[in-house]
Each structure stands twice: as structure tokens, then as C-alpha cells.
Design a protein around this ligand. Structure first.
Ligand code: GRG
Length: 306
């Protein structure tokens, strides 16, 4: 359902491409998730519940788009796309728990701890994180072992205390506090941006070697689009309804959380998203037609309505 909604936003070429990516990705992910027939069955059931059937799959699509730019083998990109999505899914399961955001709805379904229980949700997150690194370690991602190790490290740093988990720590600490714009940006570059940035760079690293300058351009694209994603998320949280989002709308204001909307107002937040969108596309200028899918993903991230 989410995938269909995603495809409505873009033209036909993008639709065909993203549909093909989705099909390939979902099939592989289903296979890599532990079966419900294997013990511990309830944990495996809860893991599959939290990962399969739902989510826009923005991070995997970004990895595929960057992989195309580097002419990467789609089978290899599937692995990094799955690893990034598993880390993302783990972060959502933990974020929804009562000790963090305490939410009951995610991807249009009861959150993991509501459907199962808190201890199971904790273990689901832990196990998804481990599975992500297992996939990266057991599948070939590059002809050069040193590059594969570097890729594993990149995801570890992006998801750890100097990346997503660190951003989450700042977020939890900032509730009810007046953050400045640079402080808010620092938090989101880590909490949301680090994983989005990793998806782009890892997708590209599955392919032909790029120069350091080219990798820096892709990284800058990832940084801008990651921040734009968060600004749009804040706008949607203030404007869209729960049914459209598949998660509780208006949560930020209710929890008195600093957001781009609370700091800048809706109009200035939308303008900021547009500026970041442009900066992201500018970072791709040297790649020409090879960056077409990344440009389309930037459009989708900023124009999305859910
Ligand atoms: C618990 C270590 C830890 C980290 C949690 C990412 C995160 C950090 C929490 C998620 C909370 C949140 C709503 C953040 C705003 C941006 C965001 C990541 C939204 C959810 O991502 P989408 O829209 O979700 O890509 P789907 O369901 O489409 O995959």
C-alpha cells in the first residue's frame, strides 16, 4: 500500500523503476528474515511483523538509486538496502516503546510492544540490528575485502552513538527545552540523517570505485536530503492526519518537542525543505544522467504527502 502511494507521486519511468526495486527488495528481505517455523517462534514472528509489509522503503530506494549511478550489481545493493532497512526498523521499534516515544501506531498497525510485549520489542530491535550486520558480513558486497570492511564500519558508525543512536539521545534530552536552529540541525543530522546518508554511500560503494570527490558529492546529497526528509516529516506531523501517516499525527506538539515547525513556523520550514532539495540536486550536477534516480528520490522525499 505504501509502495503504491509512493509511486503515485512520480512519473512513469520512476514508477516502473521503483516497482522493480520494491519487488526485488521485498522478496530478498522475506527470505533473509528468520522463519516463524524456527525457534524462538514468537520473536521471529515479531521481527517479521515489524519489518515486512509496511514502510515507504525510502532508504532502500536511495541505496538502489545510488547503486545505479555506480553501475552496481543489484544483488549486492539488495544486501546493503536490507541492512539499512533493518537498522531503521529496529530504531522504530525501540523509539515507539514506553521508555522513549511511547506510541501505539506504526505503519498503520499497532506498534511492536503493543502487539507483542515490551520485552519482545526490545529483543526484536536487538535482533534486527544483529541481522543487519550478519547480512553485510556474509554476502559479498565488493571485490575488495578492505572496501567491504569499510562499508560495515560505515553502517556501524552511522547507527551508533556518533550517528542515529546519538541523535536519539539528544532528542530524548531535548523534550521541553528551547533548542536553537543549529542544535536542532545537529540532532537531526544524526538521528534521521546519518542512516539516510549511509544508504546513499553504501549503495554507491557496491559499484565501480568512485573518486573521493565523487563520494563527497554523494555524501553531501545524502546530508541535504536527510535533513530535508526530517523538515518534511515535521511539516507532515503538523499538517497531515493519522490515517494518512500510518502513525500518530501531532505527536511533536503534544510532547512539546522542538521541531522545524515549532522553531520556524510552517511556511519557513517548507521553504527550508525546498532549499535543501535544491542543494541536494546541485550536489549531483557532475553526475549527469547517471544521477537521475537520485534526483527523482529527492523530488519524492520533498513532495511526499505521507
Ligand atoms: C531508538 C536508537 C533509536 C533511534 C531512533 C529514527 C529514530 C531514532 C526514531 C524515529 C522517530 C521519528 C518519527 C523520526 C522522524 C523521522 C523518521 C525517521 C521517520 C520514520 O521514517 P519513515 O517515514 O518510516 O521512512 P517508514 O515507516 O516509511 O519506514
Amino acid at each position: 500500500m505504501q509502495a503504491e502511494k509512493l509511486m503515485e507521486v512520480q512519473g512513469q519511468g520512476f514508477q516502473v523503476w521503483s516497482y522493480a526495486c520494491h519487488s526485488r527488495f521485498e522478496e530478498a528481505l522475506r527470505l533473509w528474515m528468520p522463519s516463524v517455523d524456527i525457534a524462538p517462534q514468537r520473536l521471529h514472528q515479531a521481527m517479521r511483523y515489524s519489518v515486512l509489509e509496511g514502510g515507504k522503503r525510502v532508504r532502500p530506494l536511495l541505496a538502489f538509486a545510488a547503486g545505479e549511478l555506480a553501475e552496481a550489481d543489484p544483488g549486492r545493493v539488495n544486501v546493503v538496502a536490507a541492512a539499512v532497512e533493518l537498522i531503521h526498523a529496529y530504531s522504530l521499534v525501540h523509539d515507539d516503546m514506553p521508555c522513549m516515544d511511547d506510541d501505539v501506531l506504526r505503519r498503520g498497525k499497532p506498534t511492536c510492544h503493543v502487539e507483542y510485549d515490551e520485552a519482545t520489542a526490545l529483543l526484536v530491535g536487538d535482533s534486527l540490528q544483529s541481522l543487519a550486520f550478519q547480512l553485510l558480513a556474509e554476502h559479498p558486497l565488493s571485490d575488495q575485502p578492505a572496501r567491504q570492511l569499510q562499508m560495515i564500519k560505515l553502517l556501524a558508525v552511522a547507527s551508533g552513538s556518533r550517528g542515529m543512536a546519538g541523535g536519539q539521545a539528544i532528542d530524548l534530552d531535548s523534550v521541553g527545552k528551547p533548542l536553537s536552529l543549529p542544535q536542532l540541525e545537529f540532532m537531526h543530522i544524526h538521528k534521521t540523517g546519518a542512516l539516510i546518508r549511509a544508504a546513499v554511500v553504501l549503495g554507491a560503494q557496491c559499484g565501480a570505485a568512485l573518486s573521493d570527490a565523487q563520494l563527497a558529492q554523494l555524501d553531501h546529497y545524502g546530508k541535504c536530503i536527510g535533513l530535508a526528509f526530517q523538515v518534511v516529516d515535521d511539516v507532515l506531523d503538523s499538517e497531515a492526519d493519522t490515517a494518512t501517516l500510518g502513525k500518530t499525527a501531532g505527536k511533536d506538539a503534544e510532547q512539546n518537542k522542538p521541531t522545524y515547525v515549532s522553531l520556524l513556523g510552517v511556511m519557513a520550514a517548507k521553504k527550508m525543505a525546498q532549499e535543501l532539495h535544491q542543494e541536494a540536486k546541485d550536489a549531483l550536477a557532475d553526475f549527469g544522467e547517471r544521477a537521475r534516480r537520485l534526483r527523482e528520490m529527492a523530488d519524492f522525499i520533498v513532495l511526499r504527502k505521507f
